[in-house]
Design a protein around this ligand. Structure first.
Ligand SMILES: [Zn+2]
Length: 421
């Protein structure tokens, strides 16, 4: 694939020039929250040293497991860490399942958190028939009783449904057309046998909170043009509100309200949650480094101009990684250039950075909720009015500043991943 990498990046640089941009990365980011490749480079460059430093510390720990004369190689990493993970950070996800009964998660977890934050209420409307018998329709109303829109939950998997989980706006909010907002969440939870409860896995519970965050983004829109409603925002911004909503899944007041054993009615043992938190930052130096290295490669390939002559893929890659200190041979990029489908065929060209970009905003927002007392109406109203409601009708970073009172900082993300050492 070396020749293809060179040809694709050269053609993209040429196209960017024809369209009036210096580089393909400039052409892509102008329509993203980041706006410029320099802003992306700045963010990645600030995260890289902390990630690399922690990966080296993790490497030293793994080295201690090896015999004299042996060194940790890239291919040893997964094997060596799985032993430590099993010994020190064994999280019993199967033991959590009986506490995640789907209806309780939905009503007493997801809807409950939204009610505490935004005052909104959801009422099922069995009289409204959706596109499939499994798709349930809920009417959402504000605290004052005014209509917010319809929320459809299509929880179960079936043969005609594609895999994964997602949110769609079926009807986008707009003052222009004055139509009711309708949003749908799809998951792929296996249907239990008749008479059995639906017990969600940890991941499915987290996914429901996540997708519901997208749904709220759609329901809270208050813009003139449907083009800018709710989730019609840039790719490096759209995951941020849904990532934030995940924080309520394990928030103590919410968790104790919904996570009770479906048979005994007992609360989930705190020990299960503690072990989960303890495992969160394990191996994050490695994971963050390999991700950042791939994101930096994606940027480097798309910051060449139509005049640049790149002929050696391996040399180009090595130089790009060395320039930011992510050239530790024991921690290679998650994808090297010759098998990096996201950037060469997956639609994430010059955009692979967006995962961590939105997570920086997410972690900084979670920190804000924590600092300000968590699950309160004041906090919810501020997040709704200044951020969720404006959708794509305003520069996202301006909306962020308006909500947060300053630009996003990277420290909360470093702390979350245990990289602030
Ligand atoms: Zn999402």
């Amino acid at each position: 694939n070396r020749d293809l990498v060179l040809e694709i990046t050269r053609l993209r640089a040429e196209r960017a020039r024809l369209l009036g941009f210096d580089t393909h990365a400039a052409y892509v980011t102008v329509d993203q929250t980041a706006r410029t490749p320099e802003a992306v480079a700045d963010m990645l460059g600030r995260l890289a040293p902390a990630a690399a430093r922690n990966a080296r510390a993790e490497q030293a720990d793994l080295q201690a497991q090896l015999a004299e004369g042996e060194t940790v190689e890239a291919w040893d990493w997964a094997h060596l860490t799985s032993a430590v993970r099993a010994e020190k950070f064994d999280v019993d996800f199967a033991a959590m399942r009986p506490y995640f009964e789907a209806e309780r998660v939905l009503q007493d977890g997801v809807f409950y958190a939204a009610n505490r934050l935004y005052g909104i209420r959801f009422t099922e409307r069995p009289d409204l028939v959706a596109y499939h018998p499994d798709a349930r329709v809920f009417e959402a109303r504000n605290e004052d009783g005014s209509e917010l829109g319809l929320y459809i939950l299509d929880l179960y998997t079936r043969d005609s449904k594609r895999g994964g989980a997602w949110m769609n706006p079926l009807v986008s909010q707009s003052a222009l057309l004055d139509t009711p907002t309708v949003v749908v969440n799809n998951l792929n939870v296996p249907k239990p046998a008749a008479g059995e409860p639906t017990l969600l896995t940890y991941d499915e519970t987290n996914t429901l909170f996540h997708e519901f965050g997208h749904a709220l983004h759609g329901l809270f829109a208050r813009v003139t043009y449907p083009r800018f409603a709710g989730t019609n925002v840039f790719r490096d911004f759209v995951e941020f509100p849904s990532q934030v909503n995940e924080m309520w899944m394990l928030w103590p007041e919410v968790l104790e309200n919904y996570a009770v054993h479906h048979r005994t009615g007992e609360r989930m043992p705190q020990d299960l949650v503690d072990r989960l938190h303890a495992s969160e930052s394990f191996n994050e130096g490695f994971a963050t480094s390999e991700y950042l290295a791939a994101a930096l490669l994606d940027q480097a390939w798309h910051r060449i101009t139509a005049d640049d002559e790149v002929t050696d893929v391996a040399a180009f890659e090595a130089q790009a990684l060395a320039s930011v200190g992510l050239d530790n041979p024991a921690v290679p990029p998650r994808y090297a250039s010759t098998y990096f489908a996201h950037t060469f065929s997956g639609g994430y060209d010059a955009g692979y950075y967006s995962y961590i970009w939105s997570e920086v905003l997410d972690a900084d927002t979670v920190e804000w909720f924590r600092e300000n007392g968590g699950l309160t109406r004041e906090n919810g109203d501020r997040f709704r009015a200044r951020l969720l409601g404006v959708g794509g009708s305003k520069d996202p970073l301006e909306a962020y500043r308006d909500f947060r009172g300053r630009d996003a900082e990277i420290e909360p993300l470093l702390k979350r991943r245990g990289l602030d050492r």
